[in-house]
Design a protein around this ligand. Structure first.
Ligand code: T68
Length: 839
C-alpha cells in the first residue's frame, strides 16, 4: 500500500486539490447538473424524474464519499478495536432521503431541485428499495448500522450482494405471485472494489502432512475456487462525520486457464456454465423468514460470505503487526443468528492450519472474538446442516467441528460425570438419519456471549432450548439485549411533520440522538393547541395512505375511520389468520344489526400487508382469504365505510415508511412465546399509534415503559401455552363458539370455494390448533371492542398516544448498540475528527 501513496513532498498539492463537500444550494445544483450532463450524458431537454433522481443521488454520493474516506482513514490511523456485524441480510430500504437527512442537506436539496423544476418527494420516490432481507432480522441489521455510525463506533457490516433481493409480491386473483426483484439496474450507492478479491474454496480433500518441526498438519486442497469481490456501501451517521462501511460480497469465477481452454476448444457453453455456477452463489436471497430449508446453495452462500469476510478482517488486523494474542482486543465479531456460525470454524482453521497456533491457544482467541445473537425459539427455524453435505462441501471444517465437539463434550463430562444423557443432548451432532449439525450449539460453544432480543425471549432460551448450556457455562454467558429501532428513519424520515412538531416543543432535534428526551412531551399532553396539531398530523398521514390505497386498489377508505394495521411477514405464529377471522366476525355482527344500530358503530379499515415464503402454503392461503374477505366486504352496501379490508401489495421498507405513521392501532398478536421481539411494534408506537397485542416479545417491555393503560393486551401467557397445547392434543377442547361461527361462514362458501381454505380450517381442528387461535379468540374480540370504545373518545385517545411516544426512549437502536458495545464487544466510540490534521 505504501508504494501507492502520493510521496510526502507532493501531498500539500494533493490536499489543496482534494474534493470538498457541498453545503450551499448552488454548489449542490452544480453537482446535480454536472452529473446529469456528464455521468448520465443527458441534458435539460432529456431529464425526467428518474434522471433527476440519478443526478441528485450522485451529487449527494460525492458528499458521502468524502466523509466516508475520512472516516476510514481515521479508523486506519487510530486502529481502535472494531466490531464486525455479520448478517446474511441487510434490509436497507432507500438510501437517498436517509442520507440527506443524516448529513443535514435535505433543505438545501429540496430548494435546489425545486429551482430545477422537480419536487424532492418525486425524486425520492424514484429509488428502488435495497431489499436484501426478509423481515425483522434484516431490518434490525440496517438499524444497527445507523446506530453504530451515529454513535461513532468503528463498526462494519459484512453481507452478501444478492443480485435478486426479496421477491416482489403481486396479488393476482387474490393469490400471491412472486416476481424477481432485479434491483441493480442503477445503484449509485455501491462501489465495486475490484482490488479487494478473495479466493474461496469448496469441496476438495484433506491431506495430512508434517511441518518443518515434524508436527502433523492438515492441508485442505484440491477444491473448486470461486472469487469474492467486495462492493462497499457508505453508511452515514446522523449529524456526525462518521460514515461507516457495509461490505457486500459478490461471487464470480476465479480467472484461470480452465475457462479459457474450454472456450478455445469450442466449448463456449461449457465456459459460460462454469461462470454461471460461480455467479449463482450470490444470485438470490433465500426468501424464508423463520424457516430453515437446508439447501446446499444456502450453505455455499454462508461459507463464501464468512470466509471472504474473515479473510478481510484478518488482513486488516495484520496491517498493524500485532501478535495473534491481541486479535480479540482488536476485533469483535457479532453473529446475526446462526447463519454465519461457520466463521467460528473458519477462524479456528486459519489459526491452526495456516498460522500454526496450538489448538487451545487458537480456540481461546476464537471464543473471545465472537458473540452470538439468537432470534427465534421456533424449532422449524433452528438451523441444522446435514453432516454428509458438510463433509462434501467443507471436509476440513467438518473435522474441526468434530474436534470442537470432542473437546467440548470432554469438558461437559468432567463437569457432569454421571450424566450420559446430557452428552447426547448437548452434542453439536444430532444422531438422526442422516446426522445433522446443530448450528446454534456450535454458535454457543464458540462465543463468549449469547443474547436474546427481548427480555421474555432471553429468559425463554435460557429455560428451554439452551437450558443445558446454562447449566454447563453458568448464567453469565447468556444475556439480553432488547432490540431497538433507529428514530432517524422511523420517525424523522418517515414522519417529518411529527418530528418537526416534537422538535418545536421540546427544544430542537436532540431527541433524534437521545431518544429519552421525548419525555419532555409530557409537559404538553394537556395543551389544546398541541393536541390539535398532533391529531392533524395523524389525519394527514392517514389521508396520504388512503390516497395510496385508492390509487393502487381503487378502494376508498374513509380517513376518519379507525386504521387497524397488521404488516409483517405472513406466518402462522404471527396469527394474521386470527385477525382476519376477527374481521369476518365483525362483518357478521354488522350484518346482524339494524341500520340504526350500525350508525352507532366505529368505522374501521383493516389493513394487511406482508409476504409469504414462496413454499409456505398455509401462509399463502391466509393471503388468499384476506383478499376474498375484502372482495365481499368492500362492496357490501349495508356495510359502506363501517368496514374496509385492504391488502397492500408488496410490503417493504419504503411502504412501511408510508404505512406506519398512518396507523391508529396496529396488531402484534403472536402466540405468546413465539415472537422473539418484534420491532414494528416499536415503530408504530413511536409514530403515535397504539397497539393491540399479546404478552410476547418486546410488547411486554413496551407495556412496562408506556404503562398498561396505553396498550390493548389480550390472550394467554407464554407460561400457559404448553398446557393449552397439551389439552388440544389429548383432551376434548370445544372451539370458541364465535370462531365456530366464522369457520361455518367460510365453509358455507361466503368467501368463495371453501376447499381453498381447507388447510386453514383443519389447522384449527386436526392440527390441534398449535397456535392457539381458538384459545385467544374471545379475548381478542373483547379487546377489539375496547379499542372501538377508546377510539370514540378522541381526547383520551390522543392522551394515550402522546404519553406513549413520550415513553419510547428505551427502544432506540442507540441504547441497544451501546449495550452491545459495553457488554459484548468492549468497544469505544472513535472521535471522527481525531486525526483530521493528517487527512
Ligand atoms: C426476527 N427473525 C424475529 N428471521 O422473528 C423477530 N430466519 O421477532 C425479531 O424482532 C427480529 O428477528 C429481530 O430480532 C427473523 O426475521 C428471519 O428473517 C430469518 C431469515 C432466515 C432464516 C431464518
Amino acid at each position: 500500500a505504501v508504494e501507492a501513496s502520493i510521496p510526502e513532498q507532493l501531498r500539500a498539492t494533493w490536499r489543496r486539490l482534494a474534493a470538498s463537500e457541498f453545503k450551499e444550494k448552488e454548489e449542490f445544483q452544480k453537482a446535480v447538473v454536472r452529473h446529469v450532463e456528464t455521468t448520465l450524458a443527458r441534458s435539460m431537454y432529456n431529464c425526467d424524474d428518474a434522471a433527476a433522481y440519478a443526478g441528485t443521488a450522485l451529487a449527494l454520493r460525492d458528499n458521502l464519499v468524502i466523509g466516508w474516506n475520512k472516516t476510514q482513514q481515521n479508523q486506519t490511523f487510530q486502529d481502535p478495536k472494531r466490531v464486525y456485524y455479520l448478517s446474511l441480510e441487510f434490509l436497507m430500504g432507500r438510501a437517498l432521503d436517509n442520507a440527506m437527512l443524516n448529513t443535514q442537506v435535505k433543505d438545501v436539496a429540496r430548494e435546489g431541485v425545486s429551482e430545477l423544476g422537480f419536487r424532492i418527494e418525486d425524486i425520492i420516490d424514484q429509488e428502488h428499495d435495497a431489499a436484501l432481507g426478509n423481515g425483522g432480522l434484516g431490518r434490525l441489521a440496517a438499524c444497527f448500522l445507523d446506530g453504530l455510525a451515529t454513535l461513532n463506533y468503528p463498526g462494519w457490516g459484512y453481507g452478501l450482494r444478492y443480485r435478486y433481493g426479496i421477491f416482489k409480491q403481486e396479488i393476482i386473483d387474490g393469490y400471491q405471485v412472486e416476481v424477481p426483484d432485479y434491483w441493480l439496474d442503477f445503484n449509485p450507492w455501491e462501489f465495486p472494489r475490484h482490488d479487494v478479491v478473495v479466493d474461496i474454496m469448496f469441496y476438495g480433500y484433506v491431506k495430512k502432512d508434517t511441518d518443518e518441526n515434524g508436527r502433523t498438519i492438515n492441508l485442505w486442497e484440491g477444491g473448486e475456487v470461486v472469487q469474492a469481490i467486495a462492493y462497499d456501501v457508505p453508511v452515514p451517521g446522523y449529524e456526525t462525520r462518521t460514515t461507516n462501511n457495509l461490505r457486500l460480497w459478490s461471487s464470480k469465477p476465479a480467472s484461470g486457464e480452465f475457462d479459457f481452454q474450454k472456450f478455445n476448444s469450442g466449448d463456449y457453453e461449457g465456459s459460460i456454465r462454469d461462470q454461471q455456477r460461480a455467479e449463482t452463489i450470490s444470485a438470490v436471497l433465500y426468501p424464508n423468514d423463520n424457516i430453515d430449508a437446508g439447501k446446499e446453495l444456502r450453505l455455499k452462500q454462508q461459507y463464501f460470505w464468512v470466509a471472504a469476510s474473515l479473510h478481510d478482517i484478518i488482513r486488516r488486523f495484520k496491517k498493524s503487526h500485532r501478535p495473534w494474542q491481541e486479535f480479540p482486543d482488536q476485533v469483535a465479531i457479532q453473529l446475526n443468528d446462526t447463519h454465519p456460525t461457520l466463521a467460528i470454524v473458519e477462524l479456528q482453521r486459519i489459526l491452526v492450519d495456516v498460522e500454526h497456533l496450538a489448538w487451545d491457544d487458537a480456540w481461546g482467541l476464537v471464543v473471545r472474538t465472537f458473540g452470538y445473537t439468537n432470534h427465534t425459539v421456533l424449532p422449524e427455524a433452528l438451523e441444522k446442516w446435514s453432516v454428509p453435505l458438510v463433509q462434501h462441501l467443507l471436509p476440513r471444517h467438518l473435522q474441526i467441528i468434530y474436534d470442537i465437539n470432542l473437546f467440548f463434550l470432554q469438558s461437559v463430562e468432567r463437569k457432569f460425570p454421571q450424566d450420559r444423557e446430557m452428552l447426547s443432548r448437548v452434542s453439536i451432532i444430532e444422531e438422526s438419519q442422516p446426522q445433522v449439525l446443530r448450528m446454534a450449539y456450535l454458535a454457543i460453544i464458540g462465543s463468549h456471549k449469547v443474547n436474546g432480543v427481548a427480555e421474555l425471549h432471553s429468559d425463554l432460551i435460557k429455560a428451554t432450548i439452551f437450558k443445558d448450556f446454562v447449566d454447563i457455562y453458568g448464567p453469565d454467558k447468556f444475556t439480553n439485549v432488547t432490540n431497538g429501532i433507529t428514530p432517524r428513519r422511523w420517525l424523522h424520515q418517515a414522519n417529518p411533520k411529527l418530528s418537526d412538531l416534537i422538535a418545536s416543543k421540546i427544544g430542537g432535534y436532540d431527541f433524534l440522538k437521545n431518544l429519552s428526551l421525548l419525555e419532555g412531551l409530557r409537559d404538553f399532553v394537556d395543551d389544546k393547541e398541541f393536541r390539535r396539531e398532533w391529531n392533524e398530523i395523524k389525519l394527514s398521514n392517514k389521508i396520504k395512505l388512503a390516497k395510496y390505497i385508492r390509487d393502487t386498489t381503487s378502494i376508498s377508505v374513509n380517513p376518519h375511520s379507525l386504521f387497524d394495521i397488521q404488516v409483517k411477514r405472513i406466518h402462522e405464529y404471527k396469527r394474521q389468520q386470527m385477525n382476519i377471522f376477527g374481521v369476518i366476525h365483525r362483518y357478521l355482527t354488522l350484518k346482524d344489526m339494524t341500520p340504526a344500530e350500525r350508525k352507532k358503530q366505529v368505522p374501521r379499515a383493516s389493513i394487511f400487508g406482508g409476504k409469504a415464503a414462496p413454499g409456505y402454503w398455509m401462509a399463502k392461503t391466509v393471503i388468499r382469504l384476506i383478499n376474498a374477505v375484502g372482495e365481499v366486504v368492500n362492496k357490501d352496501r349495508d356495510i359502506g365505510d363501517l368496514l374496509k379490508v385492504i391488502f397492500i401489495e408488496d410490503y417493504n421498507v419504503s411502504k412501511a415508511e408510508l404505512i406506519v405513521p398512518a396507523s391508529d392501532i396496529s396488531e402484534h398478536i403472536s402466540t405468546a412465546g413465539t415472537e422473539a421481539s418484534g420491532t414494528s411494534n416499536m415503530k408504530f408506537v413511536l409514530n403515535g399509534g397504539l397497539i393491540i397485542g399479546t404478552m410476547d416479545g418486546a410488547n411486554i417491555e413496551i407495556t412496562r415503559e408506556i404503562g398498561e393503560e396505553n396498550i390493548f393486551l389480550l390472550g394467554n401467557l407464554a407460561e400457559d401455552v404448553e398446557e393449552l397445547r397439551h389439552r388440544h392434543r389429548y383432551g376434548q377442547v370445544e372451539m370458541d363458539p364465535k370462531l365456530r361461527r366464522v369457520c361455518d361462514e367460510i365453509e358455507k362458501g361466503t368467501f368463495g370455494d371453501p376447499t381453498i381454505y381447507g388447510s386453514l380450517m383443519s389447522a384449527l381442528t386436526t392440527g390441534c390448533d398449535y397456535y392457539l387461535v381458538s384459545d385467544d379468540f374471545s379475548s381478542y374480540l373483547a379487546t377489539q371492542d375496547l379499542v372501538d370504545e377508546a377510539f370514540r373518545d378522541k381526547d383520551e385517545w390522543a392522551t394515550k398516544c402522546i404519553n406513549s411516544v413520550a415513553s419510547m426512549g428505551f427502544f432506540s437502536a442507540d441504547r441497544c448498540i451501546n449495550e452491545y458495545a459495553d457488554m459484548i464487544w468492549n468497544i469505544e466510540p472513535l472521535n471522527p475528527l481525531a486525526s483530521s490534521n493528517v487527512l
